[in-house]
Write a protein that binds this ligand. Sequence first.
Ligand SMILES: Nc1ncnc2c1ncn2[C@@H]1O[C@H](COP(=O)(O)OP(=O)(O)O)[C@@H](O)[C@H]1O
Ligand SMILES: [Mg+2]
Length: 213
Amino acid sequence: MAGFFVSFEGGEGCGKSTQIGMLQSYWQGQGRSVLPVREPGGTAIGEVIRHLLKYHPDNGAMTREAELLLFAASRAQLVREKIEPFLAAGGLVVADRFLDSTTVYQGSGRELSAELVAAVNGFAAGGCRPDVTFLLDLDAAAGLARARARQAGRRDRMEEAEISFYETVRRAYLALAREEPGRFCVLDAALPAEEVHRQILQTLNERGYGLCS
Ligand SMILES: Nc1ncnc2c1ncn2[C@@H]1O[C@H](COP(=O)(O)OP(=O)(O)O)[C@@H](O)[C@H]1O
Ligand SMILES: [Mg+2]
């Protein structure tokens, strides 16, 4: 039984957690073993890094270089401690953000060199890449409105960024998806969640990761 690896990408509020929950339930209903992971985080070490990046009171002073390396450190741990062993055992890994988030947020968003970010990503992830990456594409304002409604006033550093930053992120994601059409699947995240879920299952079937194996 072959393992495989699916990642979900897109701005805050696009529906990643919602779709991951639905896909996880679907696969578990089929008796498959599923490992959900989130970036940054997903291991004991990674969760400490996540807290530092997202909630530490002094994180406004963090340099973009330190931010890039912290994301990479979390990923390096996650890949070797959790993802690779789980895939080797035939499991299904579902990632809430993976290396494309670093390319987009630290590369395009924070204006670090694309070559440098790619080199750090390559070092951190080794050869580990998702088999399929779903980009949940949503208008920046709509995504922010969803994220804010969900959080009911609690904001983290990323969500305080300007709307123009979200637009930059959206464009960068779409450009990445055009570069790697074999891995990416871009979905319209403004559709009802049930419809997005249906399209995800259809895509997995079409790409050979459906009910089989
Ligand atoms: N397709 C959808 N249409 C409308 N609202 C949605 C949809 N998917 C998710 N939501 C809602 O939008 C908010 C953000 O969704 P969430 O899955 O948490 O996004 P993310 O994990 O990408 O930040 C939640 O309140 C969720 O219920
Ligand atoms: Mg989420």
